[in-house]
Design a binder for this molecule. Structure first.
Ligand code: NAD
Length: 399
């Protein structure tokens, strides 16, 4: 089948298997170039492992630290004329590369929020690995069905204090538009916390501890975001921010519980970048357009793989004791340090005030953003013949 991108707003409904494989290979090459991470993890569970930060975490663990990995995700295989989702092809490519290197890699496709998936993962770890020494929690989901009550929660992206109006970017029309979001009602705040807060992470860690599937000095990390003043009302002080506050409080509780095995739990605050999850957030995508431009000009641009590599190499491992991991005043690891640099934020702020539909392309970030977005689905990668007939039905036996 010849596969072309089909985009609708912030969704691309097709994915290119060869392009996704090249995207994964590029990430592997980046990690391998840096050499082995001293004291890195050897058996790693990644929850949300097929795209974005989770995929890069799995790649850094495997190719930067020779780790055996178990990955959990929610993706669709191809069906008839429909391609599989990008995360499916990414995982297929990852598994091939990991096994070629002699590494164990098993992937489970399904709803990580449910007890059944947690039980399946525990079984796989007990049978194949015995224990894991790292758990990365990198889920981004619009909804969650609670495993005990069966209630389904939907997350929203709304301000909590008053309504909010600001600039955003309409990628379909390529226009800077004004978007207004109404204040969330309290049920929306609670639902968003139920989906993107820390309860599910805690359920995973509690179960793994109970079943003795975490090795001594194991570490777990989940990902958070803070961001600049411009996006505070919609992000950190909005419904999603309330969920991230909950996730960060959960990290403190889990850190206490992990103490029983000499382990640690951290939240890592990562930078804003183009992923399937972030492209759906109003205002943030325009901010990322401008941020990319500024960070590229300063030669400090990073994608997921560079961020996670820095997290593993410069923060968590490389001969560092878990008690010496550098954190901020409230205990969070910060790899958003370059995004939050005063000079970067000052320049993004100036551009934010000046950006209009007419000059958005001249700022140069829109094209880069679009290219980056399409790369998530395997399009626009160097060396891929997009007019060639490709096999889209790639089978993964474990899924
Ligand atoms: P993403 O959309 O690229 O990846 C989400 C992953 O979760 C995928 O592997 C997907 O298959 C999996 N998933 C979703 N629902 C699932 C379910 N019910 N069961 C099993 N798997 C499921 O997202 P991302 O941007 O990499 O976000 C990951 C984390 O990083 C989130 O907590 C996000 O808030 C955080 N973060 C993102 C950014 C950013 O700019 N993208 C910045 C800082 C922090």
């Amino acid at each position: 089948m010849i596969v072309q991108p089909k985009t609708r707003g912030y969704i691309c409904t097709t994915a290119h298997p060869v392009g996704c494989a090249v995207h994964v290979k590029e990430q592997i090459q980046y990690v391998e170039k840096g050499g082995l991470i001293a004291g890195g993890p050897k058996k790693v569970l990644v929850i949300g492992s097929s795209t974005g930060y989770g995929l890069s975490s799995r790649i850094v663990a495997a190719f930067g630290s020779n780790a055996d990995t178990v990955g959990v995700f929610f993706e669709k295989p191809s069906e008839g004329k429909r391609t599989a989702t990008a995360g499916w092809y990414n995982t297929y490519a990852f598994e091939q590369a990991a096994r070629a290197k002699g590494l164990y890699a098993k992937s489970l496709n399904g709803d990580a929020f449910l007890d059944d998936m947690k039980a399946r993962v525990c079984e796989v770890i007990a049978k194949d690995l015995g224990q894991v020494d790292m758990v990365v929690y990198s889920l981004a989901s619009p909804r969650r069905t609670h495993p005990k009550t069966g209630e389904t929660f939907k997350s929203t992206l709304k301000p909590i204090v008053g309504s909010y109006t600001n600039k955003s970017f309409d990628f379909d029309k390529s226009e800077v538009i004004e978007v207004s979001l109404e204040q969330a009602v309290s049920a929306e705040v609670e639902h968003t916390i139920a989906v993107m807060g820390g309860e599910d992470w805690q359920m995973w860690i509690d179960l793994l501890l109970e079943k003795k599937l975490l090795s001594p000095q194991a570490v777990t990390v989940a990902y958070s975001y803070i961001g600049p003043d411009i996006t505070q009302p919609i992000y950190r002080q909005g419904t999603i921010g309330a969920a991230k506050d909950h996730l960060e409080r959960t990290a403190h509780e889990l850190d206490r519980r992990m103490g029983a095995i000499g382990g640690r739990a951290f939240v890592s605050v990562n930078k804003a970048l183009v992923t399937q999850a972030s492209s759906a957030i109003p205002f943030i995508s325009l901010y990322i357009v401008l941020l990319m431009k500024v960070m590229k000009e300063k030669n400090i641009h990073e994608g997921c793989i560079e961020q996670v590599t820095r997290l593993f190499r410069d923060r968590l491992f490389n001969g560092r004791a878990l008690s010496a991991v550098p954190v901020d005043e409230v205990g969070r690891i910060r790899v958003d340090d370059w995004e939050m640099r005063a000079d970067v934020q000052r320049e993004v702020g100036v551009m934010w005030n000046a950006v209009t539909t007419e000059n958005a392309n001249q700022f140069g970030g829109v094209d880069s953003y679009n290219k980056e977005f399409l790369r998530l689905f395997g399009f626009g990668l160097e060396g891929v013949d997009y007019n060639a007939d490709v096999e889209v039905d790639l089978k993964m036996d474990q899924c």
